[in-house]
Design a protein around this ligand. Structure first.
Ligand code: NAP
Length: 335
């Protein structure tokens, strides 16, 4: 079969490799769709540790083609998504329901072969069935949606709470939809690109603010006293600082964007203290993959609006190596 393999930083090549054989408790899945995530670009550049060589791709959906010994819950032909994050299930954090913090965490598409291939091996314990009629491109959104759902859980949004989201990439736009579903209002997105602001309004945001023109002042004018909940979804030092400034006294800030490792951000503890802010962070998708699949299966999210381009496996290396094109939101490989 063909697979896009990361050989070394900067070297992602589509090549012929043996089709994997499912071991006990494994499923062999024919990949129908796999999303390109910002982390794939970080891994390509060597900014995030991976196995090497490894087939990238952790946001996939597909069809069960073969089942290993001991798997009877996923008949051949089942459409499914796989939670790529595999935890040990036995450590203190796993037992406490926090598998995202497992010290032995490994991931499909990072430490073992992933979905930018014709086939991917998925341990049955990581698989979540999808409706037979679901668009596989939508199935590929289960992983990013599951991460966003964890952030929504961490935020503990009360009905009618005001929410500000910083960063209008695919994550920020998904957060707009999920915050609305969680009962927030008003929901405000702050981002620099005008088309993304327009899309956010179509997706249900009550306001969209130009992040290049005094976003803190604009939020203070819109939400006197500040927002109940702020999600930082840009992964930029500047927006981390803005998050704190935009939150109301007693409010919550959830750090979700990945600020590059080693980068420092200057915050004023006095402001955190006197506002008694709940400064939270949300990492990966502890026990939320199934809920994400359910939300997607019932069509609760407008995912077609987020897919700006579908590509073939051959085009994956160039798409990951290059910067996102102007106006691009989500790129998905269609198998
Ligand atoms: P993305 O496509 O890079 O989107 C981030 C967007 O933030 C940018 O496109 C940009 O849009 C906006 N931005 C940049 N600087 C800004 C500024 N100063 N003010 C306001 N907006 C700014 O990334 P994504 O895929 O949506 O992911 C968002 C973040 O979540 C990334 O850091 C990603 O690594 C992280 N992430 C975290 C988890 C987790 O588990 N915590 C999971 C998945 C992803 P404009 O050009 O319109 O401003």
């Amino acid at each position: 079969m063909r697979a896009a393999r990361l050989q070394a930083p900067g070297q992602l090549i589509v090549e012929e490799v043996p089709r994997p054989l499912p071991g006990p408790l494994d499923l062999l899945v024919r990949v129908e769709a796999c999303g390109i995530c910002g982390s794939d670009r970080h891994m390509f550049r060597g900014e995030f540790p991976t196995a090497k060589p490894v087939t990238l791709g952790h946001e996939f959906s597909g069809i069960v083609e073969e089942a290993g010994v001991g798997v009877d819950s996923f008949p051949i032909g089942t459409r499914l998504t796989g939670d790529p994050n595999i935890s040990c299930g036995q450590c203190e954090n796993c037992l406490a329901g926090r598998p995202n913090l497992c010290p032995s965490l490994s991931a499909i598409g990072v430490h073992r072969d992933g979905g930018f291939a014709e086939y991917v091996l998925v341990p049955a314990a990581q698989a979540v069935a999808l409706p037979a009629g679901l668009d596989p491109l939508h199935g590929a959104f289960c992983e990013p949606v599951s991460c966003c759902l964890h952030a929504i859980d961490v935020a503990r949004i009360a009905p009618g709470a005001s929410v500000v989201i910083l960063g209008g990439g695919v994550i920020g736009l998904l957060m707009v939809e999920l915050a609305r579903l969680a009962g927030a209002g008003p929901v405000v997105l702050s981002t620099r690109q005008a088309p993304r602001r327009a899309l956010a309004l179509e997706l249900g945001a009550h306001h969209a603010v130009d992040a290049s023109a005094d976003p803190v002042g604009t939020i203070r004018a819109l939400l006197p006293g500040g927002a109940d909940v702020v999600f930082e979804c840009a992964g930029v030092g500047e927006t981390v600082r803005q998050s704190v400034a935009m939150a109301r006294r007693g409010g919550t800030v959830v750090l979700f964007g990945v600020v590059p490792e080693g980068e420092e951000v200057l915050l004023a503890p006095f402001e955190l203290l006197t506002k008694e802010l709940r400064l939270e962070s949300a990492w990966l998708n502890p026990l939320t993959h199934g809920r994400a699949a359910e939300l997607i299966a019932v069509g609760a999210l407008s995912l077609d609006r987020l897919i700006t381009r579908t590509i073939r496996l051959d085009e994956v290396p160039a798409a990951i190596a290059g910067a996102p094109q102007a106006g691009e939101i989500k790129l998905v490989m269609a198998g």
